[in-house]
Design a protein around this ligand. Structure first.
Ligand code: ZN
Length: 256
């Protein structure tokens, strides 16, 4: 039995009204209902707190036509979490909607997979299929954070704090990582973009952005192994998260 009792929160900070079916699913599928939500996640047991991802910056998000609901730190504040004091932030991958809010966490160590840094500072960075999901100032910022000694590199699985771990699953990006959290109900998994929607992992139908489709499938397998039950798998962008989890504040839901 898990020996930790973390609470898991999804804090919604952005939205996109419509996502075409061919973007959300590689195989034929209906367009996702409700478009796409953008979250940062917080896990806390009252003693240890880990924030998962930092959201997009308002300028870059709105430039891409996304609706900016609020700065993610304001959502975290509703939970009593002061972003300026958070010590551990997992950056699941380097896409613009996950690492744009680094400046909100000036004291944090950023936990990243070494492969993700290698990829986005290496030869493939400007390939059209990969470049479009990146906002260059975010990459420069994480490089600067590294030179400040604020990046903790991982290669595979690692413990962030007792009861909270990262797991490299790759597939969507070269160094994509998900997060497992021990709760009173067992191990929950924050998939981030290893599965944008419940339907991606449930139906084996990948989101249409990836570096390695076989890796996406291996990621689905790994996530299912890690989670104690299917309803403890929490996808990264699905508006259904707001319905399936329990309301815990303004645009905030909590895993029951
Ligand atoms: Zn994303």
């Amino acid at each position: 039995m898990p020996s930790h009792d973390y609470r898991v929160y999804a804090v919604r900070y952005g939205h996109r009204d419509h996502v075409p079916a061919h973007e959300a699913f590689h195989q034929e599928h209906a367009a996702p209902e409700g478009g796409m939500d953008y979250f940062v996640w917080a896990v806390t047991d009252g003693q240890n707190t880990v924030v998962v991802d930092t959201g997009f910056g308002e300028d870059e998000g709105t430039r891409r036509g996304r609706t900016w609901l609020r700065s993610p730190d304001l959502g975290l504040a509703e939970l009593g979490i002061d972003a300026s004091q958070v010590e551990h932030v997992v950056l699941t991958h380097f896409h613009y909607d996950h690492i744009g809010g680094q400046a909100l966490f000036p004291r944090a160590t950023f936990h990243v997979q070494e492969e993700e840094m290698r990829f986005y500072t290496g030869r493939n960075a400007t390939r059209p299929a990969f470049r479009g999901s990146i906002y260059l100032p975010d990459i420069l910022s994480i490089v600067a954070a590294n030179y400040e000694g604020r990046v903790k590199f991982h290669d595979g699985d690692a413990q962030i704090v007792p009861g909270v771990r990262v797991h490299k699953v790759a597939g969507h990006t070269a160094g994509m990582q998900c997060v497992s959290v021990e709760t009173t109900r067992g191990t929950a998994v924050l998939t981030s973009d290893a599965s944008h929607y419940y339907a991606n992992i449930d139906e084996g139908n990948s989101f249409n952005t990836f570096v390695d489709m076989a890796g996406v499938y291996r990621g689905y397998d790994r996530i299912k192994e890690l989670a104690s039950s299917p309803d403890l798998i929490l996808p990264g962008h699905d508006p259904l998260v707001m319905q399936r989890l329990k309301a815990a504040g303004p645009d905030i839901v909590e895993l029951e």
